[in-house]
Design a protein around this ligand. Structure first.
Ligand code: URA
Length: 436
């Protein structure tokens, strides 16, 4: 069918064949479709949706618009994880080296901050010299030698998604489950994965606000990725408070290093990282049961093997050779660090988590315009979990800023995002549901 007939068929609620979807996406990628045609197609999908077969076809066509990696002589299972994004979500920084230390190969293609959420690439760029865009050959060599490499989406990876995403962004068609599914998976499947786990976040710091929305997206991604031949499961996890005890780029790298050194046990972050790692080891066929997998994860952390993999990855990608042992000397610190004090006594009972993400951006730790340069030092540390009992005047966090005025604004924004109540809140689970 010619493009306008494909758009009309979807506009009228019809089903598209895999051939029609492939020809439309090929024309989108080679520049022969106008922006108007692409926007009309996206809006028709937004209104009328796509079933599983159509979404699989869209995902594969977008994946095949660029380079697709293969690992013909790889002696380890190739696995990855993707998060829909949140605040203080630095899980990928620990998961990739843990999985590498446990015998998987992790070619992780990550993104920058989107909206109020932080991005793994922006965090890694706080490490001096770290190259987020190596050549495909170097990326592949590092994954083979070290076991993991975290890099960005080059122009050769799913270019159809790049064009479609830019048009969706300005035509109110981002929030469509089949379009989000195909967008995320086209990039992930370009890495030639054998298995994938999705972290679908839900809550006031996530894009999905309700468990039902999160479940629908998780189900779609799991069904489509499995339909495309990649063994995939999803966990729906809580994002009603920052996940790490900090938010901000260099601060989250520091937090990851402390985690890999054996700190942070007993935290919500520890529960998420170790649970995801265990599921990934089972999905990849490295461990037979979640119990066996959990033991291997604990060993990878206790032995220092995961920390060592992280250090080797950083060095292989251009960062300091001694980063794992000497990271404090390499991460820059903001010139102004001030405590934020509790305005009353009681229990921390809620966070306006999205506002904390926006406060990081306000400090310069995220972008307000696409070409903004990020201040990687900016953010908040010492964030206490919901349920913590605090006294009036006690620090509930620390603001890291470039000057006193920015620190004052950031501290105000943060304090306005915290609710302190007399009553202790009930404990919400971190992992809400597993979809497999
Ligand atoms: N992240 C993506 O990569 N694509 C979407 O459509 C939404 C989030």
């Amino acid at each position: 069918m010619i493009p306008q007939e494909i758009i009309k068929a979807k506009r009228d609620g019809g089903m598209l064949s895999a051939e029609d979807i492939a020809s439309f996406i090929a024309a989108l990628a080679d520049g022969s479709l106008s922006e108007g045609q692409i926007a009309a197609f996206a809006m028709a999908v937004w209104f009328n949706g796509m079933d599983r077969d159509e979404t699989v076809a869209l995902t594969l066509a977008m994946r095949d618009s660029g380079d697709v990696m293969t690992w013909p002589d790889m002696d380890r299972p190739v696995a990855d994880k993707h998060s829909t994004g949140g605040v203080g979500d630095n899980v990928s920084l620990m998961l990739a080296p843990i999985l590498a230390a446990c015998g998987a190969a992790v070619p992780m293609i990550s993104g920058r901050g989107l909206g109020h959420t932080g991005g793994t690439l922006d965090k890694l760029e706080s490490i001096p010299g770290y190259d987020i865009l190596p050549s495909a050959a170097r990326f592949s060599d590092i994954v083979r030698d070290v076991g993991c490499a975290i890099i960005g989406q080059t122009g050769e990876i799913a270019p159809a998604d790049k064009r479609l995403y830019a048009i969706r962004d300005v035509t109110a068609t981002v929030d469509s489950v089949p379009l989000i599914t195909a967008s995320i998976l086209s990039k992930k499947l370009s890495a030639g994965l054998g298995s994938l786990i999705m972290d679908v976040k839900v809550g006031n710091g996530a894009f999905m606000q309700t468990p039902d929305e999160a479940r629908t997206l998780a189900r779609s991604i799991v069904d489509v990725a499995n339909g495309a031949g990649v063994r995939t499961s999803a966990l729906i996890t809580d994002m009603n408070q920052p996940l790490a005890d900090c938010a901000g780029n260099a601060l989250e790298v520091a937090n990851a290093m402390e985690f890999l050194e054996g700190g942070k046990t007993g935290t919500r972050l520890y529960q998420i990282v170790t649970t995801f790692a265990a599921h990934m080891l089972v999905n990849a066929g490295i461990a037979a049961t979640l119990g066996d997998a959990a033991g291997r994860v604990v060993d990878a952390l206790a032995s220092g093997a995961a920390l060592d993999r992280f250090g080797r990855m950083v060095h292989a990608l251009g960062g300091p050779a001694d980063f794992a042992g000497n990271w404090r000397a390499h991460l820059t610190r903001a010139p102004v660090v001030r405590p934020i004090l509790a305005e009353r006594e009681g229990h921390i009972s809620a966070y306006a988590t999205r506002e904390i993400g926006l406060a990081v951006i306000g400090l310069g730790g995220g972008r307000q315009h696409p070409d903004d340069v990020i201040d990687v030092r900016a953010g908040f540390s010492g964030i206490v979990p919901i349920g913590t009992r605090v006294e009036k005047g006690e620090p509930i966090a620390f603001v890291h800023a470039k000057d006193e005025a920015a620190a004052e604004r950031g501290a105000w924004h943060y304090a306005a995002s915290v609710t302190i109540s007399e009553q202790a809140p009930t404990n919400a689970p971190v992992i809400i549901e597993t979809i497999s």
